[in-house]
Write a protein that binds this ligand. Structure first.
Ligand SMILES: [Zn+2]
Length: 256
């Protein structure tokens, strides 16, 4: 695996229990399974692998071709997805707050980026480094969603995290808004507002907005500064943040 690069996926069905990883239901190259959630998530794993491989030459999260292991249908009506240190895990959602999280490409890229971060910078998952860790996952969630759409023009929805699965009865809302983080009612968008103890899923807004502005250009969405940022495009911005995660950031790095 250190010589040849290859996509290798293994899908499991949690059968709505908390057992991990659960029964194997589809491995690399096997035909489609009867369960569309298995197939959609399998396809998303492929898109995220190809996103990292095409843009950065990376061979899976380890860069040595590790198998991408994923369990869908974890627990009952579970409204979350996570990387457990070994594999991805997805709940079905409760149908009100979220539909099936395994169907979301940016959620999938978010969880797999936690694996990349664990292998590379290993940002500690609390305090400022925790916000940066979460932000890396949102950033490459957006990047791989853009890549999955053909790597052409950036569209507004690429900056919305989980918009495809969040509150199915409310269109156009999202779990987080990288272009204007405070729209979720909790996230920060300005470092001077940071205090220790802010949840890592909310302090992430500080660097999510930095990435958005670096990519698209513009000014602070709430005019907290007068800085006008020249956008360099999502691909160059992604290369800078990838380089930072792989070669520059340390476990205790902070926003500064
Ligand atoms: Zn996360």
């Amino acid at each position: 695996p250190t010589i040849h690069e290859a996509l290798n996926r293994r899908m499991h069905n949690g059968n709505n229990t908390s057992t991990l990883p659960g029964a194997v239901v589809r491995t690399e190259g096997q035909p489609e399974h009867a369960d569309p959630v298995v197939n959609t998530n399998y396809d998303h794993l492929g898109t995220v692998y190809n996103c990292y491989n095409t843009l950065f030459g990376r061979d899976s999260y380890t860069n040595t071709g590790a198998v991408l292991i994923s369990t869908v249908h974890h627990r009952v009506a579970y409204v979350n997805a996570f990387w457990d240190g070994t594999q991805m895990v997805y709940g079905d959602g409760d149908g009100v707050n979220a539909s099936n999280l395994a169907n979301s490409l940016d959620v999938t890229a978010h969880e797999l980026t936690h694996a990349v971060t664990d292998v590379e910078s290993d940002l500690i998952y609390s305090g400022e480094s925790g916000g940066l860790n979460e932000s890396m996952s949102d950033i490459f969630g957006a990047v791989c969603e853009w890549y999955g759409d053909g790597a052409g023009d950036v569209s507004a929805r690429h900056w919305l995290i989980g918009d495809d699965i969040w509150t199915p009865s409310i269109p156009n809302d999202a779990l987080r808004y990288m272009n204007s983080p405070t729209l979720d009612g909790d996230s920060l968008d300005y470092y001077p507002d940071y205090s220790s103890g802010v949840d890592v899923h909310y302090s992430s807004g500080i660097s999510n907005l930095a990435f958005y502005l670096l990519s698209q250009g513009g000014t602070h969405p709430r005019a907290k500064t007068t800085q006008v940022v020249a956008g360099i495009g999502i691909e160059k911005a992604a290369r800078i943040f990838y380089k930072a995660n792989v070669d520059l950031l340390l476990p205790s790095s902070n926003f500064e």
